[in-house]
Design a protein around this ligand. Structure first.
Ligand code: SF4
Length: 66
């Protein structure tokens, strides 16, 4: 799966960064979260889905393949 963070919605709470231990999401220089992998490793997909569900501003979305 792929994921992306909408920078206009992210409030930098850090939940997704903490959940993924900075392996899928990490902060950029603006203190907002970014998805740092092109493809989420299979063993981190569950965590990523959890991060999507738990994001307080619904800033993260799964990118569906065309
Ligand atoms: S959980 Fe949502 S609001 Fe919090 S840092 Fe991640 S993307 Fe931003």
């Amino acid at each position: 799966m792929k994921a992306k963070v909408n920078q206009d919605k992210c409030i930098g709470c850090g939940n997704c960064v903490a959940l993924s231990e900075s392996q899928v999401f990490d902060f950029n220089d603006d203190g907002l979260a970014n998805c740092i992998v092109d493809e989420v490793p299979a063993d981190l997909e569950e965590i990523t889905k959890e991060a999507i569900e738990e994001c307080p501003t619904e800033a993260i979305e799964e990118v569906k393949e065309a």
